[in-house]
Design a protein around this ligand. Structure first.
Ligand code: ADP
Ligand code: MN
Ligand code: MN
Ligand code: MN
Length: 408
């Protein structure tokens, strides 16, 4: 398992000019266009190129798609960085783009930036600036090439983290030597529900009605059982391209509901990767014309809710005698049940009913292989005497910086 302890790729990504081979797609896409450009000997800023549209055989060219797929690297050193941050609700994601003119190797080389916090519910109008600090870099699966996605956190102009910035304290904790030495792993199972845009009713469900009862849908295939696989799959590949540590996906018990797992990730990476994966999912569902819901119980009644089970282990839990350490950790978790519940997502009380593979919100419980408990320990962990625990309580809309980091 040592390879998954290696630092994640985003820190090592070198955004070198012309590092990516020219894709055959690009050449083909532009074959119907005559493209003149003179790069050598012309100052970059005044470099001119002209594009002449030439009729293709059927007389039409989809110029928009050509431009969206255009690889910029032969023409400029500049690339596009999409700065992403968490908005005022603590769950909404916002982003804006800027041009970066030089290759960079680490997020700290990117400029800080700002946005209008009065438009995201994060600052008053008369003092509206919130400052973005770039923290983690991923490849941009939408723009391709050397373009990047940048996970940022948010500060006042005086350098104080703003209240919705939960990353700041989590990063502090994860850089504490005692914590670093324990190499904390997190595997997060993000569940989500896809909704039809206009009616906000799950994908595949008859408008104004219900599908047949749960049973045939979990991990299913078939037009009458699986709804939204293209979205799940596109998201899976886009995440792997970006450098997000997705470890798998599956169709869920409620039709129109899906899950993907991120991890094991070490420390602060867990939060960064979940947030970027959610951003990518928002973008893919946007393109598909489908609405993403992270509501913990999107449909009342006999339908499963959506959670974010958080699997956790430390170095000592993974070593000989680890099961004893796991049991101690479970005892500690039991003593702070209320506090943790209040940090595990909005509306979680609608989900943690004690039915549908959940434990009641009011009581703490644990068990081996029991999906009706707050904490589950896998059979394998019990058998091996070491491994990890699964906290089944966090809701799909939880903040992973809070759940993996400080809750108090
Ligand atoms: P479930 O059986 O609950 O559906 P999943 O397979 O969906 O579980 O998710 C389990 C997650 O736990 C995966 O992301 C996996 O990588 C992660 N995981 C595996 N081993 C560990 C470990 N030792 N510590 C933390 N997370 C782990
Ligand atoms: Mn799972
Ligand atoms: Mn699940
Ligand atoms: Mn699980």
């Amino acid at each position: 398992m040592a390879q998954i302890l290696a630092p994640s790729s985003q820190w090592q990504m070198r955004i070198a000019r012309n590092s990516a081979p020219a894709s055959p797609m690009t050449a083909k896409m532009w074959s119907s266009l005559v493209l003149k450009q003179n790069k050598k000997g012309t100052a970059k800023s005044s470099a001119k190129f002209r594009v002449f549209a030439v009729k293709s055989e059927n007389g039409t060219i989809n110029r928009m798609e050509d431009l969206l797929n255009l690889d910029l690297t032969p023409y400029t050193d500049s690339f596009i960085a999409e700065y992403i941050w968490i908005g005022g609700s603590g769950i909404d994601l916002r982003s804006k783009s800027r041009t970066i003119s030089k290759p960079i190797e680490h997020p700290s080389e990117l400029p800080k930036w700002n946005y209008d916090g009065s438009s995201t519910g994060q600052a008053p109008g008369e003092d509206s600036e919130v400052i973005l600090y770039p923290q983690a870099i991923f490849k941009d699966p939408f723009r391709g090439g050397n373009n990047i996605l940048v996970m940022c956190d948010t500060y006042t102009p005086q350098g104080e983290p703003i209240p919705t910035n939960k990353r700041h304290r989590a990063a502090e904790i994860f850089s504490n030597k005692k914590v670093v030495d324990e190499v904390p792993w997190f595997g997060i199972e993000q569940e989500y529900t896809l909704l039809q845009t206009n009616v906000k009713w799950p994908l595949g469900w008859p408008v104004g009605g219900y599908p047949g009862p749960q049973g045939p849908y979990y991990c299913a295939a078939g037009a009458d059982k699986s709804f939204g696989r293209d979205i799940s799959d596109a998201h899976y590949k886009a995440c792997l391209y970006a450098g997000v540590n997705v470890s798998g996906t599956n169709g869920e018990v409620m039709p129109g509901q899906w899950e993907y797992q991120v991890g094991p990730s070490v420390g602060i990476d867990a939060g960064d990767h979940i947030w970027i994966s959610r951003y990518i999912l928002e973008r893919i569902t946007e393109q598909a014309g489908v609405v993403l819901s992270l509501d913990p119980k999107p449909i009342e009644g006999d339908w499963n809710g959506a959670g974010c089970h958080t699997n956790y282990s430390t170095k000592t839990m993974r070593e000989e005698g680890g099961y004893e350490v796991i049991k101690k950790a479970i005892l500690n978790l039991s003593l702070r049940h209320k506090e943790h519940i209040s940090a595990y997502g909005e509306g979680n009380e609608r989900r943690l009913t004690g039915k549908h593979e959940t434990a009641s919100i009011d009581t703490f419980s644990w068990g081996v292989a029991n999906r009706g408990c707050s904490i589950r320990v896998g059979r394998e962990t019990e058998k091996q005497g070491k491994g990890y625990l699964e906290d089944r309580r966090p809701a799909s809309n939880m903040d992973p910086y809070v759940v993996t980091g400080p809750t108090g």
